[in-house]
Design a protein around this ligand. Structure first.
Ligand code: GAL
Length: 372
């Protein structure tokens, strides 16, 4: 109990400290003996999104006394389980985990639950288990809706070619993003504004305003990028090879996130039968912000990772203090309703790159060229 109080005090001090010093290195522990109080497990360093999260955790955790360790699973659920086991062995009280695969992570968090550790799912929900205590997330349906709304707002006339791409089927968010996008795109396919060009499954279901999870699985199975740059590039190239010149021209592309958007955009830009393309994105990765400035990507959905990091740390602090954190809703994970704290997202286009991402202090202007 005394240790808990000490840890709580340390967290409280952290919030009282306003000055920032250089961020601690990942994996470094704080001043509190050999044990680790809070374990953080992130999916992979190979996607810039999760490196952003690591950076923001390190910034938020600089100058603190309590001990935190951040580990990466490098795209492997087996490595993720090893990471969680290692953190359990170090005595963590709270686990903040963004799963590589939402279903496969169940056994890792069940092992944590057995030790009395509180589990916070971070950004991606862990499914099919009751061993998740809380979920901190962005509004993922709103992400897909914002992407689709952008495409709808840009389209005039009828029969505009539409190419759909999705995230990894192992990530529950991929379904939420797609569901949001479908909510907005389906009526515009039904009224003839768009014609879907790269998914027979989506065409077969285009009369349905709402899709079941199984129906979404069928479409996502056909248009997944697996959140992978190369998969996205290969799929876009294969789609373009299969498409007739008449299916190209001025095209509209739903790309699920920034890494895949850049890969898909490059493939479409290289096709001489494509006269123009509009492509969506997500995460405000630096490389995509530059693409937006350069007119090579149309938009991104900015998820202010600082807020998610703060929410999850606040939650850990509250739990370490023996209290129940405040939540704003719940997400069903197939087994239970997981109490959740949800954050809004912001649409970024060339017009508001500076105000949303630079003036807000998220990125320094010096990270970009030709920023206006
Ligand atoms: C999602 C996450 C997105 C994006 C994607 C690819 O789960 O919410 O922001 O990063 O994974 O890693």
């Amino acid at each position: 109990m005394r240790k808990l109080i000490a840890v709580f005090m340390a967290f409280a001090m952290f919030f009282a400290v306003t000055a920032c010093s250089p961020a601690p290195t990942t994996g470094e522990t704080g001043g509190d003996s050999n044990t680790v109080d809070v374990g953080i497990v992130l999916p992979t360093k190979d996607e810039p999104r999760w490196v952003q999260d690591e950076t923001r955790f390190n910034e938020a955790l600089a100058n603190t006394d309590y001990s935190v360790e951040i580990l990466f699973s490098q795209g492997s659920s087996a490595k993720e389980k090893e990471n969680v086991d290692a953190l359990i062995a170090k005595g963590i009280k709270v686990l903040i985990i963004c799963p590589q695969d939402g279903g496969a992570a169940a056994s890792a968090v069940e092992a944590a639950r057995k030790e009395g550790i509180k589990v916070i799912a971070y950004d991606r929900l862990i499914t099919g288990t009751d061993a998740v205590d809380y979920y901190v997330t962005f509004d993922s349906i709103a992400v897909g809706e914002a992407q689709a709304k952008y495409l709808v707002d840009q389209a005039t006339g009828k029969d505009n070619p539409l190419y759909l791409y999705a995230g990894a089927a192992s990530d529950n968010n991929a379904f939420l993003f797609f569901e949001g996008a479908w909510n907005v795109l389906q009526p515009k396919v039904a009224d003839g504004t768009f014609v879907i060009k790269n998914s027979g499954e989506a065409v077969a279901l285009q009369g349905n305003a709402k899709l079941t999870r199984d129906e979404m699985s069928k479409i996502i199975g056909q248009v997944t990028t697996n959140w992978d740059f190369n998969d996205a590039k290969n799929r876009a190239e294969a789609n373009l090879t299969a498409a007739k010149a008449a299916d190209k021209g001025d095209v509209f592309i739903l790309a699920p996130n920034d890494g895949t958007a850049r890969a898909i955009a490059d493939a479409f830009a290289a096709d001489t039968a494509v006269t123009s393309y509009k492509v969506t994105g997500q995460d405000a990765e630096k490389a995509s912000v530059q693409y937006i400035i350069d007119g090579k990507q149309s938009m991104t959905v900015f998820k202010d990772v600082r807020t998610l990091v703060k929410d999850s740390i606040d939650m850990a602090v509250t739990l370490l203090g023996g209290k129940d954190p405040q939540t704003t809703g719940a997400y069903n994970n197939g087994k239970i309703d997981v109490k959740a704290k949800q954050t809004e997202v912001i649409v970024v286009k060339s017009e508001n790159v500076k105000s949303a991402l630079v003036d807000s202090g998220y990125y320094p202007a010096s990270d970009f060229t030709n920023l206006k």
